[in-house]
Design a protein. Structure first.
Length: 94
């Protein structure tokens, strides 16, 4: 696999080499003071899209909220940064 640069040329190289790209977005618990240690940050949302390289159209979308256990109450900073609301993660099935 070739290393790709984060440039327009790099994106075009990826598009030429592949039919689809899987793009993943992960949100985790956080705070503005870094009082939550890196090793205790928990995933609170996993999102992904499959992108057609030829048309740049989204072919499929996935999103799932995940209920945090170690730090179950989202900080105001985390809510502001991610847009994820406390009620939503509390109702998550995972």
């Amino acid at each position: 696999m070739t290393e790709i640069e984060y440039t327009r040329e790099g994106l075009n190289a990826l598009r030429a080499e592949h039919q689809h790209l899987l793009i993943v977005d992960i949100e985790h618990t956080c705070d503005s003071e870094n009082t939550i240690p890196v090793t205790e940050r928990e995933v609170i949302e996993l999102g992904a899209v499959i992108l057609c390289c030829k048309t740049l159209k989204v072919k499929a979308v996935f999103s799932s909220l995940i209920k945090p256990i170690m730090h179950p109450i989202l900080t105001d900073f985390c809510v502001s940064l991610t847009g994820i609301q406390q009620d939503n993660v509390q109702q998550a099935n995972i």
